[in-house]
Design a protein around this ligand. Structure first.
Ligand code: SF4
Ligand code: SF4
Length: 522
């Protein structure tokens, strides 16, 4: 039992499968479709002739390139930096030559191109000089956090929020429990499951390092109850690391259990406050793949330059998981999986619930790319004509965030932005459950994404206007100061001139008196 920072009540965290587990509202039971991509072990994807390393980072911001075309780079060298943003560093995924810095299709829901550093690999895959932390067990926690920062690690579950920011916040606010999220609930995606099966030691190591970096008292690794092989692998790794304080908890497989807030609710029975984070409850959530990246960053000094990607779906011949360098064109991964089947019709980045369609397989692998799903024409639900809402309430019943999606949809369509925020637009995790069940085929999530992007745009506009107002006011104040200064100088001059005239008069009077005296003496 650990104190809840919100109200002082104890938090009891489920320690074993089936015991003291809670539920989150709504959710859906979906077919997993994961087995097919778990049949083959993870394989390293060969380096393509060109890597297109995107400079776009979390939040849509672009790093500035710090290399020039023609320059030679080593694996792990920074090629782009966001100078004012921790964690905002892009590294070369292999050694080679920068052949260009150019716009290229990048994987993003907007479908817009982004700037990429194009690297021609030299085939040597030579690392730059790495700076591992000597002994993480005795290292200063600040040095561990600095190593995570240097490595440009982001949440590999798909959210790609900079890990260094989360870890800094957790260490400043103080947390008691680190939760490693291995509840990969979205159908088809199996990269975390395969990583937990094949590299459990690295995950346990990453968990221990994160624990030291943020000062957590305990660690919980959450996995789904259908991941039998994973449970054994993790238990073995925990035994080997003599880390018996790590609890492995199996949670019921229900979508979207892997959502950070939903997982916290299942493990603790507590709701993360609206607009808040798990740190408000003294918890830090990290994805299991992020933990392996942390282990590599600290013990080897390696930045995040590759990730495991699930290539799956009936549209690809040999579904499997590949370890791919960031920037590898998706077409290269598809080739590695035997190519497309005849019926391949759509590429999706992510899973069928939260993913988005890609216009082309020339798009490169990005840090958020947990899955490339190739759907056949038969699997694509044809877009049904949208019908009026019949107020059936199904969308609200399945919403894990306890929202009223039909009402939220109405506020956005009518431009009632304040009401949209008040009714919880920011709490929508875009899980797609409401969309999935709506009998009127209303594209609810599309509207919620549109609403969020509109609000972001308005916020940006508000900030710009505030900055412009501040600059105007500063200029007006400066002009007023200058005017006042000039007035003061004029006054002083006048006074000085006045003083001067009086002195001249006094001198003239004294001269006159002296002249009269002299004339009198004569
Ligand atoms: S997409 Fe948003 S509104 Fe719809 S069910 Fe998920 S959290 Fe609720
Ligand atoms: S599920 Fe669709 S039709 Fe039913 S209330 Fe929600 S938006 Fe309306």
């Amino acid at each position: 039992m650990i104190g809840n920072p919100l109200n002082g009540d104890p938090i009891e965290i489920a320690r074993q499968a089936g015991k003291r587990l809670h539920h989150f509202p709504g959710g859906l039971r979906l077919r997993h479709n994961k087995k097919v991509s778990c049949e083959l072990p993870i394989e390293r994807a060969p380096l393509p002739p060109r890597l297109f390393v995107p400079l776009r980072l979390h939040g849509g911001r672009e790093a500035e390139p710090v290399v020039d075309a023609g320059q030679r780079v080593l694996k792990g060298e920074p090629v782009g930096e966001l100078r004012d943003d921790p964690g905002g560093c892009v590294h070369a995924p292999t050694s080679g030559t920068v052949s260009a810095i150019t716009r290229h299709p990048v994987s993003h829901p907007s479908g817009l191109d982004g700037r990429c550093v194009v690297i021609k690999p030299d085939g040597l895959d030579r690392w730059t000089t790495l700076r591992p932390v000597n002994d993480w067990r005795t290292a200063d926690p600040g040095a561990l956090r600095a190593a995570i920062h240097r490595a440009g690690i982001v949440g590999l579950g798909g959210a790609v929020f900079p890990t260094s920011l989360k870890v800094e916040e957790a260490s400043e606010r103080g947390i008691h429990t680190l939760i490693l999220n291995g509840a990969e609930c979205e159908p088809y995606i199996s990269c975390d499951e395969m990583l937990m099966r094949e590299q459990p030691g690295s995950i346990v190591l990453g968990a221990q390092i994160l624990q030291r970096a943020v000062g957590a008292e305990r660690i919980v690794i959450a996995i789904e109850d259908q991941m039998g092989a994973v449970l054994e692998a993790l238990r073995g790794a925990v035994r080997e690391a003599r880390a018996e304080h790590i609890d492995i908890v199996r949670v019921t497989t229900i979508y979207p259990e892997g959502g950070e807030k939903q997982l916290v609710q299942v493990l603790t029975g507590l709701e993360v406050p609206s607009g808040g984070r798990p740190t408000d409850l003294g918890l830090l959530c990290q994805n299991v793949a992020t933990a392996t990246a942390v282990a590599q960053a600290v013990t080897e000094g390696q930045p995040l330059v590759e990730r495991v990607v699930t290539i799956t779906g009936n549209g690809v011949r040999r579904p499997r998981n590949l370890l791919a360098a960031i920037g590898t064109p998706i077409s290269s991964l598809i080739d590695q999986c035997g190519g497309y089947t005849d019926g391949a019709a759509r590429l999706v980045l992510g899973g069928p619930m939260m993913g988005y369609a890609l216009p082309s397989d020339a798009n490169p692998v990005i840090k958020a790319a947990n899955c490339i799903l190739v759907l056949t024409a038969e699997e694509i639900r044809p877009r049904q004509p949208e019908l009026p809402c019949i107020r059936c309430g199904e969308c609200a019943r399945v919403c894990p965030a306890l929202l009223q999606p039909m009402h939220l949809d109405w506020t956005i369509r009518n431009g009632l932005w304040e009401e949209a925020v008040e009714t919880g637009l920011d709490d929508c995790i875009e899980c797609g459950c409401c969309d999935f069940v709506c009998p009127s085929h209303i594209p609810l999530v599309d509207w919620f994404r549109h609403g969020k992007s509109e609000l972001r745009g308005r916020e940006l506009e508000r900030r710009r206007a505030a900055t412009a107002r501040q600059r105007y006011e500063a200029r007006a104040a400066r002009l007023a100061r200058q005017q006042e200064e000039r007035r003061r100088q004029r006054e002083e001059k006048k006074r000085a001139l006045g003083d001067d005239a009086a002195r001249q008069e006094r001198i003239a009077a004294a001269v006159e008196r002296a002249r009269r005296r002299r004339d009198g003496d004569r």
